[in-house]
Design a protein around this ligand. Structure first.
Ligand SMILES: [Zn+2]
Ligand SMILES: [Zn+2]
Length: 376
């Protein structure tokens, strides 16, 4: 379903270009991460910016007008992590706020990055859910300076190179005349502040690397490639800025017996020809324990038995998928003399001993050959 980008900006579908611009500007002022450290605001800001981009970029707007979604790459499951095509943000902000040159010193405190950790799970863990202890090695808040970056009892001071403006200007002569250019102050990296006595533990960064163990609850029914998001468990930002999110990516190990197709599990069983003909009961070790499967007399090779509610739980709905059992019937080989005699007797009793001499049987034989080519 295509996102209602007008709705994201709080606009009706007939909004004009200037309405769009005005609505975005108003929202961006409240939600921009430089202004609003709330992680939810950051997410909302990205949403709003995306909507703005979708409605103002001519190519993307064309897709929106056709009822499509210019950001939908067809993969689904996108949750904002490493989202491609979201590159225009800086340009848009510069257009509205006049670019970095007039934004003054940038904050020393910035938001932390997201982190991604893959975990390997067995099939029964993805199907029934589990709790995993994960060792995470990320930047955490420095406990000595609590993110300030200063040694105990000391404070940040105003940068003398730029007088706290965060940028330095230089005048250059060119054929256009005098051109004034600004660039971030090299002494304070544009923050306008310096730390005369940095914290010894974090060297002024406000954060240190640390290894910690967190437990991750894996919900029942997750699939290979899915990511679980742990809000605020990512890297703490420079200067003790709000932590990013931690994404745990599920990797499902192949199982010896079962293969998974979404919510369904599949397996193969082999049956001797005699059991297939006479019918039998099989004991199958499923993920839920031992189960009896009734094989009807006359079961054909390639038949499929479906066992309800023995598969994986549905993530966003109730109930479980099925267990699909594929039956292979095995033709006996290396018959001894007595067995061969019995099979021949059976063949004679069934009139199958000389099928080529019987027109009807011949038709049957051909149709069976045809089935083998066109079946499954
Ligand atoms: Zn510190
Ligand atoms: Zn400076």
């Amino acid at each position: 379903m295509a996102t209602d980008y007008f709705g994201v900006l709080g606009l009706a579908r007939d909004a004009s270009d200037s309405d769009i611009k005005r609505a975005y500007r108003r929202l961006a002022r409240d939600l921009h991460p430089d202004v609003n450290p709330d992680p939810e605001a950051k997410e909302r800001f990205q949403e709003v910016t995306r909507a703005y981009e979708a409605l103002t970029d001519p190519e993307k707007r064309r897709i929106v007008d056709l009822g499509g979604d210019p950001f939908d790459t067809g993969g689904g499951g996108g949750n904002g992590f490493g989202n491609a095509g979201f590159g225009g943000l800086g340009d848009i902000m510069d257009a509205f706020f006049g670019g970095a040159t007039t934004r003054g010193p940038r904050g020393r405190t910035r938001a932390g990055r997201d982190a991604l950790i893959p975990i390997e799970l067995e099939l029964d863990e993805t199907v029934f859910g589990t709790v995993k202890e994960l060792t995470v090695d990320t930047a955490v808040l420095c406990d000595v300076c609590a993110g300030a970056g200063t040694a105990p009892g000391t404070h940040v001071t105003t940068c003398t190179t730029c007088s706290g403006r965060g940028e330095v200007q230089s005048v250059q002569r060119s054929f256009l005349g005098q051109v004034m250019t600004s660039r971030p102050c090299p002494t304070c990296s544009g923050t306008g502040q310096v730390i005369p006595e940095p914290c010894v533990k974090c060297a002024g960064d406000g954060r240190v690397r640390s290894r910690r163990t967190i437990s991750v609850k894996v919900p029942a029914g997750v699939e290979d490639g899915m990511r679980i998001r742990l809000t605020g468990q990512g890297e703490v930002g420079p200067g003790g800025g709000p932590a990013g999110d931690l994404y745990v990516e599920i990797h499902e190990r192949p199982h010896d017996v079962f293969t998974r197709d979404g919510e369904d599990l599949h397996c193969r069983v082999t049956l001797p020809m005699t059991s297939a003909a006479l019918g039998t009961t099989l004991n199958l070790k499923t993920l839920d324990g031992e189960q009896e499967i009734d094989i009807q007399p006359g079961t054909q090779s390639g038949s499929v038995l479906k066992m309800r509610a023995q598969g994986a739980p549905r993530l966003r709905a109730t109930g479980r998928g099925g267990l699909v059992v594929h039956v292979d019937v095995v033709t006996p080989t290396k018959l001894d003399a007595e067995q061969e005699k019995l099979v021949r007797e059976l063949a004679a009793l069934r009139g199958e001993d000389q099928p080529e001499s019987n027109r009807e049987a011949q038709g049957g034989l051909f149709s069976r050959v045809r089935d083998a080519f066109h079946g499954r």
